[in-house]
Design a protein around this ligand. Structure first.
Ligand code: SF4
Ligand code: SF4
Ligand code: SF4
Ligand code: FES
Length: 979
């Protein structure tokens, strides 16, 4: 294996671990060994420090037994069994070394090597090739067979994937890639085709990888023991020399990675086997799409300008910071303390986010701080807070392996949370049942070896009706867990809620016309979730439990398809009710799990980014909590919540809000009603944007502070499991100043001193001031790999894996009445279709990162999905340009005709600024949190021949802004070179 200077080295155990509690004693090479029953002889030997040669075995995959290199001798057994496929038995006596074994192994290796190009010195995998290692391990010195016979040395390379090469001439047909694609990823893109000498790895039907089902997760590349499947960066740049553990900066799964580098240059990112969120798996974004970090578009010099119609001027950090601080002071003097505010970023670390909210509260002196969670999971905060007492997913990702029934509501894990989707699919292939509640026929409904038992294809905007009617069935058919409810939930709320959901108007039949979901499907899904069978009854459930069984473990996973609605908070509470009434809270395999969008959405909320909450979700109105912060920070905090993001925009347009510090968010592209957002920014006098690129929001800024990518910073991210993991610096900040340092400088310039010299000090302060973080420290995370909050003296050392085990955080679980109220965003004759939006695997959020990678080869524009019937009605053909208009605005996209969407519903993504998807979305929002109703917009779609008015104006504006940036850079370069 590659010899690296590695912060957290990993040793392959050969085969997966057994979970058996029973221990088995055996002897290996005369050494007494004790391992769990079901362990392979290979793993038992390796764990005892006895290496066994192997090629087709690796501990992330079930053993296959094809290479015959791991042969051993076992007393009393004939022949030489493969140790990877032989389970241990009590009293076994195993020999891993003997002259006979040595001869057999040499023979095997000789055959492999005789059909392998002997170009080790120039091979991209030289030094990181298990074939090479095994040739050495078995002592192979000469090969008796020449190349004269039939061989595979002339096999064609497949270079179609932008990130990895498939060089068939080096393949030893060990099947690891095929198994990785099936077992780890669950895509089934690869097979071994042909027999005997003809057998070879085939992507799809012997297609190039890019034309097959492959989703470029890289699992096969990681599994391949040779250079057959190899990262192109390794081939072109050579082997890395150092490996640093860090955390993916894309989605809320929070996969652990090894950044493998040479000096400060990243050579590849490999998924970390000990990363608890991903256990060695990855998706195309984290694994391969990191090249944006050194893209030529990075802006690394601070810039200022008086007006957004002015060119930028590159300045020193001091000048930029002093200018921003003096502008903020001027605005507060002229327009009042509350005339400025800040936006924290869910892409930044906990430490950076904490500092920005501290800056706003302590240095600005107000509570005008908000975060992008406002536009995604703020209803989760509200809904789970009201019912359970805290805004937190209840489980670990691993918990899904114990689920019997999985319900996915308004989430598309295979696109948006792919590594978790792979875990979930594995569990479904093992037999767990699946219910999908989604207006679209997402991949999980009928994918590779995965099929939903029920797909409730509801109309956008009717989640509350569907989830409430699921509860109706459970309550009226007696499928509830009365004992759990009696012991764990608030009596009064239970009585009221039961009476409410049992009403006939909350039945699936009553809601059928609103939701579009046949009542029989809702009834079947409710029975399945509560009893494990679509035909389950109270009696069958009672009989099963009496016969020694238990209630099935039902787990709910939900996403932005639940929260981004006018009733987003109500839907979250309906989900929480459903889990409580069936007793599906507080143990493995169950729970309520919000799938967070961005990498640190959980963390940015935890860190007090909302205007009404201090770190740890403590209301700013609480005098005791405020006093704690007053003392620690030496200030007097305002007791009233500040402005939410939409309120900031409204106040700006009213002339009352004049200055904004926006770190790492692109509100112009990501927030709804783009024209409204742009007008609000134009009404401000000092917009300070800190980002790695000149994003859409920066085009409206007066001060640009260069941000740094995750590769340039130390800190922590918190994923959707509440798991706090380290982000470690791999290269220095390209601008010379870290994000947290810029906030410190700004605070100092504003007259509120901050004296941190490293993010670790910030985490110490967070831990000291936040009870749920009291036990968190860099030292502990370094030692344990990660911890999950709550993490303090009352929890295990690594924190809390499952929430609400004996009691809810609020004490008794509270049922909340969830009255369905149809959204105001209704179809009309003018706008007869409903638009809903979402994500795609290869792109991420506003696309600022992924658009600057090869990922655009999969998806290089946002398309409008439309049902063929709706397309036919409008004369729209595949690929036609169509105008989409809503009451907020118009844009033009190309159409994709698909039955994934139901008639009456259209769908698009929002990864490309010129698409203007959010030009169409409206100001309609969740009643409790103002989370925008992205998922329901009434629109009309018509064929058009030219871009929309907004798109034409955007093109001109964008060209001006790009020119201002280019001129600033050119001007600075000219000054530097004296030309
Ligand atoms: S990259 Fe992933 S999806 Fe593609 S073939 Fe390999 S394992 Fe399968
Ligand atoms: S490509 Fe690699 S992993 Fe797959 S069969 Fe060939 S050598 Fe084994
Ligand atoms: S699943 Fe999410 S966290 Fe994991 S590699 Fe992909 S984008 Fe990164
Ligand atoms: S490693 Fe056991 S047969 Fe290949």
């Amino acid at each position: 294996m590659l010899s690296l200077n590695d912060t957290h080295p990993y040793h392959d155990h050969g085969t997966p671990a057994s979970e058996s509690a029973q221990q088995v004693m055996l002897k290996i090479d005369g050494v007494d060994v004790s391992v769990p029953a079901g362990t392979s002889v290979m793993r038992a030997a390796i764990d005892a420090g006895i290496e066994v040669p192997k090629l087709c075995a690796t501990d992330s995959l079930e053993p296959f037994g094809s290479c015959r290199l791991c042969l051993v001798e076992i007393d009393g057994r004939r022949g030489t069994p493969a140790s990877c496929t032989t389970p241990v038995e009590a009293g076994m006596s195993v020999r891993t070394q003997s002259p006979r074994l040595a001869k057999l192994r040499k023979g095997v290796m000789e055959l492999y090597i005789s059909d392998h190009p002997l170009d080790c010195l120039t091979c991209g995998a030289n030094g990181d090739c298990e074939l090479q290692d095994m040739a050495g391990a078995v002592g192979l010195r000469e090969v008796r067979y020449g190349y004269e016979g039939k061989n595979h040395l002339g096999a064609q390379k497949d270079e179609s994937n932008p990130y990895f090469t498939f060089d068939a001439s080096k393949c030893i047909v060990c099947n690891r890639c095929v198994r990785a694609c099936e077992e780890t990823q669950g895509t089934f893109a690869l097979t071994i085709s042909g027999r005997g000498f003809e057998s070879h790895v085939s992507a799809g039907m012997d297609e190039p990888f890019m034309e097959s089902e492959c989703v470029s997760c890289g699992a096969c590349v990681s599994a391949c023991p040779t250079a057959t499947l190899q990262e192109k960066t390794v081939i072109s740049l050579g082997m890395p020399t150092k490996s640093i553990s860090t955390t993916c900066a894309y989605c809320g799964v929070g996969c652990g990675f090894k950044a493998e580098v040479k000096g400060t240059e990243v050579i590849r990112m490999t998924p970390w086997q000990d990363g608890k969120a991903n256990e060695g798996h990855s998706c195309v974004k984290g694994r391969f799409a990191w090249g944006y970090a050194t893209h030529k578009d990075r802006v690394t010099q601070p810039m200022i300008r008086a007006k957004i119609t002015d060119p930028w001027r590159e300045v020193s950090w001091d000048e930029a910071i002093n200018h921003a601080a003096s502008e903020f002071k001027r605005l507060q003097a002229a327009f009042g303390r509350d005339s400025i505010g800040g936006i924290t970023s869910s892409r930044c670390t906990n430490e950076e986010t904490y500092l920005v909210q501290k800056l706003v509260r302590a240095a600005f002196g107000n509570n005008n701080v908000d975060t992008c969670a406002r536009v995604c999971h703020s209803p989760t905060g509200y809904g789970l807070g009201q019912t359970y007492g805290t805004s937190a997913g209840t489980q670990t990702f691993k918990s899904v392996a114990k689920s019997d029934v999985i319900m996915v509501i308004g989430a598309n894990p295979t696109e948006a949370h792919p590594v978790f989707a792979s875990r979930m699919k594995r569990r479904i292939r093992q037999g767990a049942k699946l219910i999908v509640v989604d207006p679209r026929r997402i991949d999980l409904v009928a994918g590779a070896h995965v099929k939903a038992d029920f797909h409730l294809q509801l109309r956008p905007g009717t989640n509350v009706a569907v989830v409430t009617s699921l509860a109706h069935v459970i309550v009226t058919e007696g499928l509830d867990d009365a004992a759990f409810v009696a012991e764990r939930c608030d009596d009064k709320s239970v009585v009221q809620w039961r009476e409410f959901v049992a009403r006939p108007e909350n039945s699936p039949e009553a809601f059928e016309s609103a939701t579009g979901v046949p009542a029989a499907l809702v009834r079947g899904a409710a029975r399945l979730y509560a009893t494990g069978s679509g035909a389950g009854t109270a009696q069958s459930l009672a009989d099963a439990i009496a016969a020694g069984g238990r209630r099935p473990n039902g787990a709910i996973y939900y996403g932005l398809g639940v929260t981004e609605h006018s009733q987003g908070s109500t839907a979250v509470m309906a989900i929480a009710n459903l889990a409580m009434v069936t007793g599906n809270v507080g143990r493995e395999g169950v729970g309520v799990n919000p799938l967070r969008g961005q990498n640190n959405v959980q963390g940015s909320c935890d860190m007090g980014s909302f205007p009404h909450e201090l770190p740890g979700y403590r209301h700013i109105g609480g005098a005791e909590v405020r006093e704690q912060f007053n003392k620690a920070w030496g200030v007097t905090l305002q007791p009233e919540p500040g402005l939410r993001i939409p309120n900031m925009f409204d106040a700006a347009l009213a002339g009352e809000f004049k200055g904004l510090y926006c770190q790492g968010e692109d509100i112009v592209q990501s927030d709804p009603d783009t024209q409204h957002v742009a007008s609000a920014l134009q009404a401000m006098e000092c917009v300070v944007v800190q980002d790695i690129f000149l994003n859409e929001t920066a085009k409206y800024a007066h001060v640009f502070l260069p941000g740094s990518s995750f590769l340039e910073k130390d800190g922590t991210f918190t994923n959707a499991e509440r798991r706090i993991s380290r982000v470690r610096k791999v290269m220095p900040p390209l601008s010379g100043v870290g994000d947290w340092e810029a906030t410190v400088r700004l605070s100092n310039a504003l007259g509120y001193p901050m004296a941190y010299t490293h993010p670790e000090q910030i985490m110490r302060e967070i831990a000291a001031l936040t009870p749920t973080f009291a036990g968190v420290s860099y030292e502990k995370i370094d030692r344990l790999g990660s911890v999950q909050w709550p993490c303090n003296d009352a929890t295990a050392e690594a924190g809390t894996d499952i929430m609400h085990v004996d009691h809810f955080v609020r004490g008794k679980g509270r049922f909340v009445i969830t009255q369905y109220v149809a959204t105001d965003e209704k179809v009309t004759r003018k706008f007869p279709l409903l638009l809903t939006t979402g994500r795609i695997l290869s792109q991420y959020n506003v696309g600022a990162q992924t658009r600057r990678t090869f990922n655009s080869q999969w998806h290089d524009e946002d398309r409008l999905e439309i049902h063929p019937h709706d397309a036919l009605d409008r004369g729209v053909k595949e690929g036609d340009w169509v105008g989409i208009s809503s009451r907020a605005g118009d844009t033009v996209l190309r159409a994709t005709l698909t039955e994934r969407v139901q008639p009456g519903v259209v769908y698009t993504t929002f990864h490309f600024p010129e698409s203007g998807a959010n030009v169409i979305t409206t100001d309609s929002s969740d009643w409790a949190t103002n989370c925008p109703e992205y998922k329901v917009t009434a629109v009309q779609v018509m064929p058009v021949a030219q871009p929309s008015t907004w798109q034409r104006a955007y093109k001109d504006f964008n060209e001006d802004q790009e020119r201002f940036l280019a001129d600033a850079r050119h001007g600075a370069a000219a000054v530097a070179t004296g030309k």
